[in-house]
Ligand binder design. Sequence first.
Ligand code: PLP
Length: 470
Amino acid sequence: MSNLYRLLPSVDSLLGDLSDDGAYQSLPRAFIRELINDFLVLCREEIKAGVITDKGELNYSRLRTRLDAYLKTHTRPHFRRVINATGVIIHTNLGRSILNRKAAEAVWEACLHYSNLEFSLDTGKRGSRYSHVEELLCRITGAEAGLVVNNNASAVLIILDTLAKGREVIVSRGQLVEIGGSFRIPDVMTKSGAVLKEVGATNRTHVKDYEEAISSQTGALLKVHTSNYRIIGFHKEVSLKDLVKIGEGHSLPVIEDMGSGNFFDFAAHGYHFMPEPTVQQVVKDGVSVVSFSGDKLLGGPQAGIIAGKKEYIDRIKKNPMNRAVRIDKMTLAALESTLRFYLDPNVAMREIPTLRMITMKSEELGKAARKLRNRIRKNIKYEVQLSIFPAHSRVGGGSFPEQDLPTHVVGIKSSLLNSEQLRDRLLQTDPPLIGRIENDFFCLDPRTVEEGEYKILCDALNQAFEKAGN
Ligand SMILES: *Cc1c(COP(=O)(O)O)cnc(C)c1O
């Protein structure tokens, strides 16, 4: 074993070799030195643990290959692109919605150049960053006023803080949900300084439950969209319209947290998913203030959108907390650009990737699956079995929770790696490729993969099989 340690080259000799290599020229020398040192520590640990037992493994060319791979993983960006072949469209862990190219270009402009972010080109004086989207938002939703903040969680927080701090907010027990990532309605309520007043039962809440709970302490009525779960069977919820009636009777604002706010009327376009209200409908039903995410069904950037009656929105705008949750200029650029597509729903359906992927037809996906299979067959250098079978994609992001979207997936099987091994290997490829296992096949759903990505997808597969194949 001690002989093996002596075979390891010194930091300086490796550093000297790397200095001649163009690939490392742009990296700070001190940083590379540290990485080489860490790499050699790792090798010593492997010798000690009996992982490296053979002189051959320490010969220069093998060691150098390993060092190159080590440096590559430690010098590339940590936050990077992946290929989403899971078929989950609004994949919370993979960045939720992806943007239309025009929206991305708007972000590019906003970062590379100065802008009229808070400058009025009419007066030459200070302007408001909210002016860029408020009118558009009102036009699309029919609301009197609007405001955008960092995300929907902060939207809910600032609404409650403004309208109900120190007072009771009445919520149905069936709507006290946890969204994931620690967003729980009761906890948000506590943080905002509002006092939660639960009414009804988990499965049934009636108008009289709300009526009986209203007192001089009441600040607002809150309806929460139960995004990620659904009660079926014997249940009853009070409709927004009825809540608005109750609110009006007692001069109380009615707030709705819509979660995944949606502008697009799927049913009107022939997509009969489980009924989900549109923001337009909620505004029409008379909500005082509604809030929703920018990057769920809307298909834009991460943002919290607040729309509703001017008297309430004006108060929210003046809340000092607004500064703490404000939207940044890159997001604003992407959001304005995304919202513009909604001026024509057909354009929105075509241009906004999230909507396009949700509305893809099964035949189109069958065709895409065959194309993808053929591309893999042509490019893969290893022995694999490829099949196509029907499966289901999901909308994700807590939207249309139980809705299965029929699709066709390309399944890969190989004697070189089982599907779990393949899945794990693909996490380390460049770019990583994320799929899912079904019927013992590693499956790729073309719904969330663009045709332009097929080439790098094939490259990733080859990389994954590389070690297994030789
Ligand atoms: C997703 C969701 C939120 C949180 O929205 P973010 O934009 O992720 O902050 C809040 N409420 C509901 C009902 C949701 O579905």
